[in-house]
Design a protein around this ligand. Structure first.
Ligand code: SF4
Ligand code: SF4
Length: 383
C-alpha cells in the first residue's frame, strides 16, 4: 500500500470517513478492560484509537476487523469516542482499497451475494419465501396489518427456519393479521454496513424502503435484533415512518392483552442470553424475561454476565461471516457459562447468537445435554 504510506493522507481519509472522534480519546484504557476480545486474545481498541488519531493506522491489520460492535466500550467511554462508528470509518478505507486480511476475506463473497440475490448465502432470491410454503402464510397486501419481515437467517438457514415457523405458529394462534413479502424482501443491510460497505447498505435499504412503501407497509415485525436496529435507528436516515417492533416486544403485548395463553408447562432450567443488538443497543432486557417468567415450570436463570454486561456471542459487526479461530470464540465461553449455571436450555432472541451457540455445541465439552432455543420456539411449544 505505497500510496497509503503518507500518514497525513491516512489521517485525512479517517476524517473523511467519519473517524474524527478518535481525537477525543485520552487513553484511559477502559475500552480494553471491557472488550470481550481480551478474554481470548490481546486486542486494544485504545491502541487502534491512538494510532488513528495520529494517522498511523496500518490499514492491512487484522485488528481493524475484530470489533464485533458489541456496544460495551462505547457505553462506558468517558470521552464519547464512539468506537463503533470510528472503527467502521477505518473499515471503509480498507474496504475501498479492497484490503482484507484472510479472516475477513469471506466478506468479498458476501458483498456479491447481497448485491445479486439480496441475501448473504447466495441463495436464490426467488426461494426467500419458501420457508412458509407449507404453513399457509399469506403474502402481504394492503389489507394486512403487520409485515413479518423474516430476515435472511430465518428465511434460508435450516436451523433458523424452525424458529420462523414457530413465530408464524404463535402469530396465527394470536389471530394476528400478518403477512410476508417473500422474494420482495432484501437483507436489511445492518451487518454489511458495519464492514464499511456503505454503498451496498444504502442500496439494500433504499430497495427495502421502496418495497415497503409500494406495498403499503406501516408496521414491521422482526425476529432479528439486527433488522430491528437498522430499521428503527438507521433507516430513519431516509426519513422513514414505519413502526418497528421486535418479536419479544410483540409477545409481551400479546400476553398482556391476553391474546395468547400458555397451556403447557415447560419444566426446565432456562438461561436467557441478551443479544447485543436487542439489549445494549436498544435497551430491551425486560420483555424477554417477563415472557419466559410466565411459563409454568420454567426456572429462569441469570448468567454470569447479563443485561448491560452481557457477553457478546461474537457475531455482530459482520463477524458472523468472518473466520474466528477455535479458542477465540466468545460463544464457546457463553455456552460454558450456561453449562456452569446448570441450565438445560440456553435461549436467546437473535439468529446470530443461535447460529454461533449451535456451532459451539459441536465442540464445547459437556454441552451434549444443553439445548439452544430461539425464544419463539419455547413459546410455540407451550401454547
Ligand atoms: S474508553 Fe474512550 S477515552 Fe478511554 S481509551 Fe477507550 S476510547 Fe479512549
Ligand atoms: S464495541 Fe465491543 S467488541 Fe468492539 S471494541 Fe468495544 S468492547 Fe470490543
Amino acid at each position: 500500500m505505497e500510496n497509503l504510506s503518507d500518514y497525513k493522507e491516512i489521517a485525512d481519509m479517517i476524517k473523511a470517513s467519519g473517524g474524527e472522534a478518535f481525537k477525543k480519546c485520552f487513553q484511559c484504557g477502559l475500552c480494553d478492560i471491557l472488550c470481550p476480545w481480551n478474554k481470548v486474545r490481546p486486542f486494544s481498541m485504545r491502541k487502534t484509537v491512538r494510532e488513528a488519531a495520529f494517522g498511523f493506522t496500518d490499514i492491512e491489520s487484522e485488528d481493524l476487523w475484530l470489533c464485533t460492535t458489541c456496544g460495551k466500550c462505547p457505553t462506558h467511554c468517558p470521552r464519547d469516542v464512539r468506537q463503533i462508528e470510528s472503527g467502521i470509518a477505518l473499515r471503509k478505507i480498507a474496504a475501498e482499497y479492497d484490503i482484507l486480511p484472510t479472516s475477513a476475506a469471506p466478506i468479498r463473497g458476501i458483498n456479491g451475494s447481497l448485491t445479486g440475490e439480496g441475501n448473504p448465502f447466495n441463495e436464490d432470491r426467488k426461494k426467500r419465501g419458501d420457508w412458509a410454503k407449507e404453513l399457509s402464510i399469506k403474502k402481504f397486501d394492503e389489507e394486512t396489518e403487520i409485515l413479518y419481515f423474516t430476515g435472511c437467517y430465518y428465511s434460508y438457514d435450516p436451523r433458523l427456519k424452525k424458529a420462523a415457523a414457530a413465530t408464524a405458529k404463535i402469530l396465527k394462534k394470536a389471530g394476528a393479521n400478518f403477512g410476508i413479502l417473500g422474494e420482495k424482501e432484501n437483507c436489511c443491510g445492518e451487518s454489511i454496513r458495519k464492514t464499511g460497505n456503505e454503498q451496498l447498505f444504502k442500496k439494500l435499504a433504499k430497495e427495502n424502503i421502496k418495497t415497503f412503501i409500494d406495498n403499503g407497509v406501516k408496521k414491521i415485525l422482526v425476529s432479528s435484533p439486527h433488522c430491528y436496529h437498522t430499521f428503527k435507528n438507521e433507516y430513519s436516515e431516509f426519513m422513514t415512518t414505519f413502526e418497528v417492533i421486535h418479536i419479544t416486544e410483540y409477545l409481551s403485548e400479546l400476553f398482556n392483552s391476553k391474546k395468547l395463553k400458555i397451556t403447557k408447562d415447560y419444566n426446565k432450567k432456562v438461561a436467557y442470553h441478551d443479544p447485543c443488538y436487542l439489549g445494549r443497543h436498544n435497551g430491551i432486557y425486560n420483555q424477554p424475561r417477563e415472557i419466559l417468567k410466565q411459563i409454568p415450570g420454567l426456572e429462569l436463570l441469570e448468567l454470569e454476565e447479563t443485561k448491560e454486561n452481557s457477553l457478546c456471542c461474537g457475531g455482530g459487526g459482520g463477524r458472523i461471516w468472518m473466520e474466528t479461530q477455535k479458542g477465540e470464540r466468545f460463544s464457546d465461553i457463553r455456552l460454558q457459562q450456561a453449562i456452569d449455571a446448570e441450565a438445560e436450555v440456553l435461549v436467546t432472541a437473535c439468529p446470530y447468537c443461535v447460529a454461533n451457540f449451535e456451532d459451539s455445541k459441536l465442540t464445547v465439552k459437556g454441552s451434549e445435554n444443553i439445548k439452544i432455543k430461539e425464544i419463539s420456539e419455547i413459546i410455540a411449544e407451550t401454547l
